[in-house]
Design a protein around this ligand. Structure first.
Ligand code: BGC
Length: 808
């Protein structure tokens, strides 16, 4: 059947049909339009594998899904710094979506890792916006090259889990522009994701699902986003305001009550038909584009994808330390493998991204396969729950002492790192730390392998010779790990985030994640290495760090661009500067170096980081080989956001260009004079703070915000955005909460891991009341909820009339 054009379809739709299209049909499908030959398309998680649920649906990864390739999670993929690899992983994910007739994969997540404690850090790429944006752009291009859409999420300022559905992120404009938006901007302008998913939270008082500035002004008009904005699952606050702001699709389904709200708003003139058509047009575009994957009959080559997952996981391994060198394990050495995680590997995070791997390797088995069972001994050492016993330590010491090399697999357990809640500390489980302490003095070849999605404290860093950060490496992480330890693969990953010495060193620590449903981003632009490097705060391992079994030399840095008066390079808004340098492999084996390009202004008129990442290239070199790397710097790479002018400015003056092996290992430096358009020494904007947490005071923050720090939303009176955890003061509230918990226990019952239980409990406690209406699928109307709220507030008369409640 030939498909009519989108405009033809739109012109023939009734208002009801239009209103219906703006919400899901069910948890994972959009409505179809059978009379036009349009079937329901499926959208689903993501991001590091496909979570296609065929039976019961949920948005936190508890019900079954079809087996899929579990690739390393985003924080691991970012540590590869490999643009081509990210595209390849995207292509493979796209192929699996096609094979399962999924039209949109819900990812990637590009939120900034603001603090190591962020619960979903494992799902995010980096603390740096440029690296996050480039990785996302590559991943999106890969998936979409297969005719499958993506959903860039969670737009924006969604950097922790605390009160995630209602929290108000309070942030100044420069920080938003320089730190929290660029990753989205790079991905949108560079790859046009089919959809962008707006986040649960508020930004400066407004829910992202209805944020006109972010959805309309910035995303659509400034960046030219052509796709559709979908809400995160259950993120809609005010349906009509959302549509007016540029949101097109509400997920999951809001059913008849959702349709009624739109129709009523049209009747009353609060929403125009043109506004509704704008959203419906976007939904139709998506359904039409999604048809190809929906009708696809191809199969995916799962074995090829497993091999790709293994290569990606190996490239993600970051060799933090290798004294001796202790690694690689040499021929014939006997190996003691220790740790419960060697048998029950941690390879992905808990929550909506959790998938069922098509097959799963375990480290111990891979060691035995690669080195031969006779060379490998094993002791659990610690268990995943409970205390470390004297017998366990004794046994581990005995096994360790009988071997030439000891590999201890340590890491965060799922109850410590998950969607839904933030981490409370940076420590590894105490039993693991105690075991390392017991082993370190008695074995001089102790290799600690880490499985985690974000930085952990490494109090043993000086006591052990080797540490390998393996991240959450996906289903083939174990063979990849063995590839690295055996030297079959040369480590070429680098940290996409700083490993601080302690959590209190992080600039946002005193305000992270927040209190009273508010999260104040007082640290301004001082996130990750921008802070540590500029304020010269020592770290355990710096951003960009990673060792190799070979060595690299950098030479011959050249910067060329159009010359101006006095030798300055003139840089108009569309001009570029070429930066080139040579890299040589000076060691005896082949390997890859991630060369990083940092830019910093010498005498800025506002506080700026000493250097910021503006380019990188991963270069594979044979021993003795030299290659020239050429990277381009654009005008924006020198710019800062002026709040006074509400635009990017490049001050004329001197800039340093650094070619570096990490942010703390600058190999080559050039100073260039830039004529960038804005005069040097402009009158200082009120938009910056010195990188010193002692100065992040109330008054300094208010100055950044351009007004008083907003009051937090009080708990009482109860309103439709009160969280379930906030209504337990009343008998009715307690009844509602216990009813929901009972239902969840019935639905999911036993079989949940400790992490899943904790996640679910937090999600229930922090769920806003308004979501009960959506969850009830038509059984509870908003008016009924208003009545309940009035009862909980003791306003019985209003409960009888069903007067509206203002949501906050
Ligand atoms: C998560 C999203 C996810 C969605 C659907 C939400 O709770 O925040 O990242 O895509 O659920 O599962």
């Amino acid at each position: 059947m030939t498909l009519p054009s989108k405009d033809d379809i739109l012109s023939q739709l009734s208002r009801e049909e239009k209103a219906q299209l703006c919400s899901g049909k069910d948890f994972w499908h959009l409505h179809g339009l059978a009379r036009f030959g349009l079937q329901e398309i499926m959208v689903t998680d993501g991001p590091h594998g496909l979570r296609k649920q065929q039976g019961e649906a949920d948005h936190v990864g508890l019900n079954e899904s079809v087996p899929a390739t579990c690739f390393p999670t985003a924080s691991a993929l970012a540590a590869t710094w490999n643009k081509e690899l990210l595209r390849e992983v995207g292509e493979a994910l796209g192929r699996e979506c096609r094979a399962e007739n999924v039209s949109v994969l819900l990812g990637p997540g590009v939120n900034i890792k603001r603090h190591p404690h962020g619960g979903r850090n494992f799902e995010y790429f980096s603390e740096d916006p440029y690296l996050s944006g480039v990785m996302a752009r590559q991943w999106i291009s890969g998936v979409q090259s297969q005719g499958v859409g993506t959903s860039l999420k969670h737009y924006a300022a969604n950097n922790h889990e605390y009160c995630r559905m209602v929290v108000d992120v309070v942030m100044d404009e420069r920080t938003l522009r320089e730190i929290y938006l660029p990753a989205f901007e790079i991905a949108v302008t560079g790859a046009q994701p089919w959809t962008v998913m707006c986040a649960y939270n508020k930004l400066n008082g407004t829910y992202l699902a209805e944020h006109e500035q972010l959805l309309g002004d910035i995303l659509e008009r400034e960046w030219g986003f052509e796709g559709l904005v979908v809400t995160d699952w259950g993120a809609n606050n005010d349906r009509v305001r959302g549509l007016k702001a540029g949101q097109a699709l509400e997920m999951p389904a809001s059913g008849e009550p959702g349709v009624a709200i739109i129709l009523e708003a049209l009747e009353e003139g609060r929403l125009t038909e043109a506004e509704l058509d704008h959203s419906v047009g976007k939904v139709l575009d998506l359904i039409i584009k999604g048809r190809e994957a929906q009708q696809c009959t191809e199969e995916a080559d799962m074995e090829a994808h497993h091999r790709l997952a293994r290569r990606a996981a190996a490239e993600a391994c970051v060799l933090l330390k290798n004294d001796g060198p202790c690694l690689p394990i040499t021929d014939g050495q006997s190996i003691a493998v220790l740790g419960a995680l060697a048998q029950q590997t941690r390879y992905q995070g808990v929550g909506s991204s959790q998938i069922i791997p098509y097959k799963l390797e375990q480290p111990l088995e891979e060691f035995q396969r690669a080195f031969g069972a006779e060379r490998v001994s094993f002791s659990e050492g610690y268990s995943l729950a409970g205390e470390l016993t004297a017998a366990q330590v004794e046994e581990a010491l005995r096994v360790a002492q009988a071997a030439e090399v000891v590999v201890l697999v340590a890491g965060l357990t799922p109850d410590l790192e998950s969607e839904g809640f933030d981490r409370e500390h940076m420590n590894l489980p105490a039993q693991q730390l105690a075991l390392i302490d017991a082993l370190a003095p008695v074995h001089h070849k102790l290799v600690v392998v880490l499985q985690n999605g974000a930085p952990v404290a490494l109090p043993f860093a000086d006591k052990v010779p080797a540490i390998l950060e393996a991240y959450l490496g996906g289903q083939a992480g174990a063979s990849a790990l063995v590839d690295i330890l055996s030297g079959a693969a040369n480590p070429g990953g680098k940290l996409a985030e700083t490993f601080p010495l302690r959590q209190s060193d992080v600039a946002s620590d005193a305000w992270f994640p927040g209190a009273s449903r508010q999260s104040q981003y007082r640290e301004n632009i001082w996130v990750g290495y921008r802070y540590f490097d500029t304020a010269q705060v020592p770290v355990a391992f710096p951003f960009g760090h990673g060792l190799s079994y070979t060595s690299f030399e950098y030479s011959d840095l050249q910067c060329t661009g159009a010359g101006g008066e006095g030798g300055a390079l003139v840089l108009g808004e569309s001009d570029t500067i070429d930066v080139s340098f040579d890299i040589s492999n000076t060691g005896a084996i082949a390997g890859a170096e991630v060369a990083q390009l940092y830019v910093g202004q010498l005498e800025p008129s506002v506080h700026r980081p000493v250097r910021e990442l503006k380019g990188f290239e991963k270069v594979f070199l044979q021993p003795g080989e030299t290659r020239k790397v050429t990277l381009q710097l654009k005008w924006r790479d020198f710019a800062w956001w002026s709040v006074a002018d509400s635009r990017w400015v490049v001050e004329s003056g001197q800039y340093r260009i650094h070619a570096a092996a990490s942010v703390a290992d600058v190999r080559l430096e050039a100073l260039v004079d830039i004529d960038g358009g804005a005069a040097a020494n402009r009158i200082a904007d009120n938009c910056s703070l010195a990188p010193d947490p002692a100065g992040f005071s109330d008054s300094a923050f208010a100055r950044l915000l351009g007004g008083a720090i907003p009051e937090a939303v009080p708990v009482f009176p109860i309103h439709t955005n009160s969280m379930l955890g906030e209504i337990k003061h009343s008998w009715l509230g307690r009844k509602i909460v216990s009813g929901i918990k009972k239902k969840i226990a019935e639905d999911f019952g036993s079989g949940m891991s400790a992490g899943e239980i904790r996640m679910l409990e937090t999600i229930v406690e922090e769920m806003p009341l308004r979501n009960l209406v959506m969850m009830s699928q038509g059984q509870m109307s908003m008016k009924t909820l208003w009545r309940l709220v009035h009862v909980m507030n003791g306003n019985y008369l209003k409960a009888i009339t069903g007067a509206p409640v203002t949501a906050r």
